[in-house]
Design a protein. Sequence first.
Length: 426
Amino acid sequence: MKKIPLYGKILIGMALGMIWGLSAESLGLIEFTTAWIKPWGTIFINALKLIAIPLIIFSLIDGISNLSDVSRLSRIGGRTIALYLATTVLAVTIGLLLVNVIEPGKFLSAEKREELSQAYASDMDMRITSAHDVKEDGPLQILVDIVPDNIFGSMTNNTNMLQVIFFAILFGIAMIIAKPDKVKPVKSFFDGANEVILKIVDMIMRFAPVGVFALLASLNIDLQLMKALGVYSLNVVLGLAVMVFITYPLILKFFTRFPYLKFVKGILPAQVLAFSTSSSAATLPVTIDCAEKNLGISEEVSSFVLPLGATINMDGTSIHQGVSAVFIAQAFGLDLSLGQQLTILFTAVLSSIGAAAVPGAGIIMLIIVLEAVGIDPSGLALILAVDRPLDMLRTVVNITGDSTVATVIASGEGELVGDKGQKSPD
Ligand code: ASP
């Protein structure tokens, strides 16, 4: 086993996990899987989540305080946010174009619609309540939520990542402008602590092949229902594929000289993990690790761009929102006007920014999109059955989008192979 690189082992774990998961029921192994295999997956995800907040704090503070001046930070910050916004808008637009051409809603028979609505009604009520909790805020609530009133409070909850990022940026900036001799010990503390955290990430990742196997082995995917919603699922998958195989390569080609194959190979461990955990937040430690070690992105860029992206940039989620909203409208026999489609575009962008980087977050935020155009949110029941596999795939796209933007920003800073002054790409 020594010669196989870690990502190879993770891929093997993933393949074996899928085979196990698909055959567990027919072999009567469901109980065994739940009792003896599933917990290893939970332990693995917990370990990743455990390290997410310390990683953001130490690597972001360390990264920002390494910047020579605040103007570099505002340049990187401005570009990052502009790119994140642009890719998200592009993603929803691609989703909307495809769903209008393919019209998957027309493939669902009236009986199937009724059957799905009945089967998922109670599950859906719960999600509608959570969406309303999200919605009852004023327009500036997004900004209010970013500024914590107690940083220790924010650090106790992995869904408060933006607040932690805000504090770390503030701390890092203060370190740049404070007196250098006074700050020196603080700087070496964060330098050292950051090294330690990265070592912990390495240690957790050694366990990844087993963790990924356990996660996929204990996943129940209903293939029967997947078939019923086949055209819709294919539509989402097609949108995601356009992002990964066309949009991102073009962005990299246009803005950098970094070879796309090298890029994909570099972030493959993070993609596999995103697929198995359905959580950009849980994947974050590995996304950062891959960006730095395999792509050669500096810590200053990766520690700022990637945590921010995991929280606000979800291209996969926004494609899914666009396709799903129109699919549900089609299934209900509603014709959406251009104005309504634009509202979907706008709300899908906002709700993907607001969606938490955890499994199933996108589908809760979808309720907000549906209500914005007056589609009955109970239509969600139609797609709940296939949400998990689509969530796995859109999470892969979410972290691929973040890594693409990180690569563009790093290249703009002249850090990568092929950039001016660096050796040319192989
Ligand atoms: N699971 C996704 C993520 O963590 C969010 C979503 O549900 O779309 O990136």
